[in-house]
Design a protein around this ligand. Structure first.
Ligand code: ATP
Ligand code: MG
Length: 258
């Protein structure tokens, strides 16, 4: 593993990149997971590499749904395992959620390796031997556990594919996601979209679930995901405008264009 100096201005981002590469070498992150991570990094730059108020509100709503669910499930893939396995275990313990491995590029080997990571953290997970299918998806993408995602009422699916998120919504589930791309299909079909970087989002959600200093029913009743997405896009627009203006020399206003 390459050593990233702690003094590097983008230390935290580089450490995450190292972990993704390390887990790709172990056969836990899929090839496409490297690309997905890069897309996330790009959106994080644009958003400002920090948890914004719209993300914090969505994180609280997601925790509220997990706390009040009858059968909550947290779905994990290779990237989620590489970046936040400990936080997933912590959140599952605090909310009573089951954890299920759910892979877009599923191989039995990868599913078992991911289960091994969670076992080393003291947690058995579902989905290694799937016995049910999500309707409307082809077989490989549809496989899930009857006692897990199939019968869950609330599912947290961080870094999920749009088709699968849509299929879970069609099954009548409440779908919570973490996705830095506010324009992805997943972000747009989910009931709660946390537009925040996964490790920041999970740490915040663990803290919120531990402190429980809010009324979950009240939080759910007042939450509107369309407002979250609107606040996110307007934040990006404002930030880009401010950054654009700051590039210009103070004495020279922008040239008017025809
Ligand atoms: P969709 O199918 O939903 O339209 P997509 O095909 O772009 O979206 P996928 O590649 O299936 O998305 O899923 C990865 C998503 O996760 C991307 O939108 C990416 O921005 C986001 N992402 C990647 N890494 C992180 C991270 N560390 N934290 C938060 N989001 C991330
Ligand atoms: Mg996709």
């Amino acid at each position: 593993m390459t050593t990233v100096p702690e003094t590097h201005p983008r230390y935290r981002s580089l450490i995450k990149r190292e972990r993704i590469i390390e887990f790709w070498k172990k056969g836990i992150v899929a090839d496409a997971g490297l690309i997905a991570h890069g897309r996330g990094e790009a959106f994080d730059y644009i958003i400002g590499e920090a948890t914004m108020p719209f993300a914090e509100d969505a994180e609280r709503a997601a925790v509220a749904y997990l706390l009040t669910a009858h059968r909550p499930v947290i779905s994990v893939n290779g990237n989620v395992t590489a970046l936040a396995a400990r936080e997933v275990v912590e959140l599952a313990r605090l909310t009573g959620a089951a954890i299920e491995v759910n892979l877009f590029y599923r191989t039995q080997e990868r599913a078992e390796k991911i289960a091994g990571v969670f076992r080393s953290l003291g947690m058995e997970i579902l989905g290694v031997h799937p016995d049910a299918e999500i309707p409307g998806l082809d077989h490989a993408r549809a496989m899930c556990s009857r006692d897990g995602i199939y019968s869950a009422d609330v599912v947290l699916v961080p870094l999920e594919d749009g088709d699968r998120a849509q299929a879970l919504v069609a099954m009548g589930k409440t779908v919570l996601t973490v996705d830095l791309n506010p324009l992805s299909r997943t972000a747009r079909v989910a009931h709660v979209t946390v537009v925040d970087e996964l490790t920041r989002a999970m740490a915040n959600m663990v803290r919120m679930a531990r402190e429980r200093d809010f009324d979950p029913d009240g939080v759910i009743a007042s939450y509107r995901n369309d407002e979250t997405l609107a606040r996110c896009l307007l934040h990006i627009k404002k930030r880009m405008e401010e950054l654009g203006v700051s590039c210009l020399p103070r004495h020279r206003p922008p040239e008017p264009r025809a």
